[in-house]
Design a binder for this molecule. Structure first.
Ligand SMILES: [Zn+2]
Ligand SMILES: [Zn+2]
Length: 345
């Protein structure tokens, strides 16, 4: 259980030795050991060899070890806090979902006066991404600033393109992974298409529950129905908004550079809703990259989908795109006093 985050709070390891007192104590070295560099006071970055020499961690005052690697690292010296995140250095690897845990671990270590070492196999990509995320959160840096700060002390740091995209997303989410946000849902869907290129056997949890299977008006959500036959299609919580300022990351492949186009990017310019896939779409999505979305009851053409993404009338690209024309649906919302009102689209 040496990698259990619960160890952060375990009292049996006793009071840590503050790294600042190490620094002040005559005769002790604060210099980084082989293969590791000092990013901030009490925060080191390195490769697999970092701290591996006998006594190296102690010499640098490292009392918290965060490893991002496929293999679980060797047990650390007694009393050293550890966190292991299993992730490959591949663009498709999911680091984003672990960033909150990593950042909290480093924050807890430094708050307790424990110097921390973040390491991965080469000390170039995964560990650099985690340290950059920590700097973004703890110092309010933009991603580019945090990355530059890492490269200033470790010039060979080079994140893979997937991690760059994930850190841009992390910045767009305000340095907090919000699984209910449109940005995170788009991220999850894009990863899904990468993991299941044949688009068969998609996990059930990808699909939002069909509103015909849920209690009507159970909350404040608006319900959207087919304008022709009134079949319930999706709730407002399934809409993946792309209003200006929501960040560039969801549209990483085809960004709009023209500022004039950005200025005109408003909700009223959007003639479609982009939504997460809903259960009734499943037969249409099986095994194909793109196609039409038809009303499951009356077969009215509601819109289209493309795992590659699609362009909204406002000019934005959304990837992937499950696009419903606003003119084909009606929105209704339950009133607190009972009854329904029409939602303006
Ligand atoms: Zn739009
Ligand atoms: Zn219909």
């Amino acid at each position: 259980m040496s990698n259990c985050p619960i160890l952060w709070f375990c009292a049996k390891h006793g009071a840590p030795i503050p790294w600042h007192s190490w620094r002040r104590r005559p005769g002790t070295r604060m210099a980084a050991g082989p293969g590791m560099v000092l990013v901030r006071r009490g925060l080191y970055l390195g490769g697999a060899e970092a701290g591996s020499a006998p006594g190296a961690l102690e010499a640098a005052g490292v009392l918290a070890l965060l490893s991002v690697d496929v293999e679980e690292p060797a047990p650390p010296p007694p009393g050293v806090w550890t966190l292991h995140v299993a992730a490959r250095d591949e663009p498709g690897a999911d680091l984003l979902s672990h960033l909150d845990t990593c950042v909290a671990f480093l924050a807890a270590a430094r708050a307790a006066g424990r110097a921390a070492l973040v390491r991965c196999h080469a000390g170039r990509s995964r560990s650099a991404a985690v340290v950059a995320a920590y700097l973004m959160k703890s110092e309010g840096l933009r991603f580019t600033e945090a990355y530059a700060a890492v490269r200033a002390v470790r010039p060979e740091a080079q994140m893979n393109a997937g991690f760059v995209w994930q850190l841009e997303l992390y910045e767009a989410m305000g340095c907090r992974v919000d699984a209910s946000s449109a940005l995170y849902k788009c991220y999850r869907l894009q990863r899904l298409a990468q993991q299941h290129p044949e688009l068969q056997g998609l996990p059930r949890e990808v699909f939002a529950v069909d509103p015909t299977n849920t209690c009507p008006a159970s909350n404040n959500e608006a319900l959207y129905r087919c304008r022709k036959c009134r079949r319930s299609l999706f709730h407002s919580s399934s809409i993946l908004t792309h209003a200006e300022g929501s960040g560039p990351a969801a549209f990483a492949h085809k960004r709009i550079k023209d500022p004039a186009q950005r200025r005109n990017d408003g909700q009223d310019k959007c003639s479609s809703f982009f939504i997460e896939p809903v259960q009734w779409m499943e037969p249409a999505l099986l095994g194909v990259m793109e196609g039409q979305l038809l009303c499951p009851k009356c077969t009215l053409k509601l819109g289209s989908f493309s795992w590659h993404g699609g362009q909204c009338s406002c000019g934005r690209w959304v990837t992937p795109a499950f696009q419903i024309h606003k003119s084909r649906v009606d929105g209704i919302q339950a009133l607190p006093i009972g009854g329904f009102q029409t939602v303006k689209t």
